[in-house]
Design a protein around this ligand. Structure first.
Ligand SMILES: [Zn+2]
Length: 379
């Protein structure tokens, strides 16, 4: 059985290696109490807890505001042991997944085509306005804030005409900067000093696969590119320790209710699937010893609070990048790292497996099939 976990997905680039970002994450984690959205802004004076309701007055989401050094929005997603998630739809969760986080996402990411660069002028996001008259039941007013997303300033930037590729170098030539751990946030710091802020280009990455663009919201920057290449390097060296050490920078523990970690994702799956299944009702009976006829009945059950409002401790994973390190760690935890004899990418599965499966790397799989067929014809 797979592990339940929680994901924190920021709209704008946020790195645990950046001082202000790390402190803001710490602030939010300390205050977090089963909310689905966290608003970070230096404009907030207090921690406020918000209940977002739909037109009919039903609670649809809990949120909180955190006085912070940086401005951002973080979506908090709970994923159960089967990959079902809550909320059922959210920024950062691709629509094509249809409610379930796919397996071996890290392998798909490792095999993705190099991203292209683009710039975005401005985005508008809505932040709750907090004033002293706000009570539990008052309507939440949202105010517009404008941002320019992307990583600013790209030092040593060039174009390779032949390869139609952009070239980067970080740290810049002749600088005394140490080896990078997070180019995105280091470049931002570098850009702030002196006159280097001139000639800024806010750059974002556009992936060939739509799911990656949706996963990273507005935060796909140079860091993603950097982690992708570093992950490939480490896999070539088959260095497990290094993988775990990267993972540990993005993964911590968090306490949340069993309702949020286990029940809501399954409830969301049942509510949004085309055909009704009894799986969750069955699971509730076997796991918790409560019999209900339909899943809605569980919320009014006498034992609900005792069984589902208890706290459980699960991994709290920061960003999809962190998830990729975490998933990679899970894939290799009890095994030696195995790579495809044809293309060198990591493969999982049975001991005697030698090549990528169709799911792991379609390009490698298809090419091998074509080679096999050619060989057969020639025999
Ligand atoms: Zn392969």
């Amino acid at each position: 059985m797979k592990t339940m976990f929680q994901l924190w997905l920021p709209y704008f680039p946020m790195s645990p290696f950046n001082g202000a970002n790390a402190r803001d994450l710490q602030r939010a984690k300390k205050e977090w109490n089963n909310e689905q959205r966290i608003y970070l802004s230096p404009d907030y004076e207090n921690v406020s807890r918000l209940k977002f309701r739909n037109e009919k007055g039903f609670l649809v989401m809990r949120g909180m505001t955190i006085p912070s050094e940086t401005t951002n929005i973080i979506e908090v997603i709970n994923v159960d042991n089967e990959g079902n998630h809550f909320p059922p739809s959210s920024p950062g969760i691709p629509e094509e997944w249809k409610g379930k986080v796919p397996e071996n996402l890290v392998l798909k990411w490792l095999n993705s085509k190099p991203p292209e660069l683009f710039t975005m002028k401005e985005v508008t996001l809505l932040f709750p306005e907090i004033n002293s008259s706000l009570t539990e039941n008052s309507k939440i007013e949202l105010i517009e804030k404008k941002f320019v997303p992307g990583t600013f300033i790209v030092p040593t930037f060039g174009i390779d005409e032949e390869l139609h590729s952009a070239l980067f170098k970080w740290p810049p030539e002749n600088s005394s900067l140490p080896i990078t751990v997070s180019p995105g946030s280091e470049i931002k710091e570098y850009g702030k000093s002196g006159d280097r802020i001139e000639n800024n280009v806010p750059l974002l990455l556009a992936w060939d696969e739509q799911q990656f663009n949706e996963m990273f919201i507005l935060s796909t920057t140079l860091d993603h590119f950097y982690y992708l290449s570093i992950m490939k390097e480490i896999l070539k060296k088959k260095n497990k320790k290094e993988i775990f050490s990267w993972r540990d920078k993005f993964v911590s523990k968090i306490k949340c209710t069993l309702e949020l970690a286990w029940l809501y994702p399954k409830y969301a799956k049942d509510m949004f699937s085309d055909h009704y299944s009894n799986d969750t009702v069955f699971d509730i009976e076997t796991k918790f010893g409560i019999h209900v006829d339909k899943i809605e009945d569980i919320f009014n059950h006498d034992e609900y609070d005792k069984k589902f409002r208890v706290q459980t401790e699960i991994p709290c994973i920061f960003s999809w990048i962190g998830y990729c390190w975490w998933e990679l760690g899970e894939l290799i935890k009890e095994k030696t790292i195995k790579t495809c004899e044809r293309c060198g990418n990591i493969i999982v599965g049975k001991e005697d497996k030698r090549f990528c499966s169709k799911d792991e790397n379609p390009a490698c799989f298809n090419a091998r099939r074509a080679e096999d067929r050619k060989r057969e014809r020639n025999n």
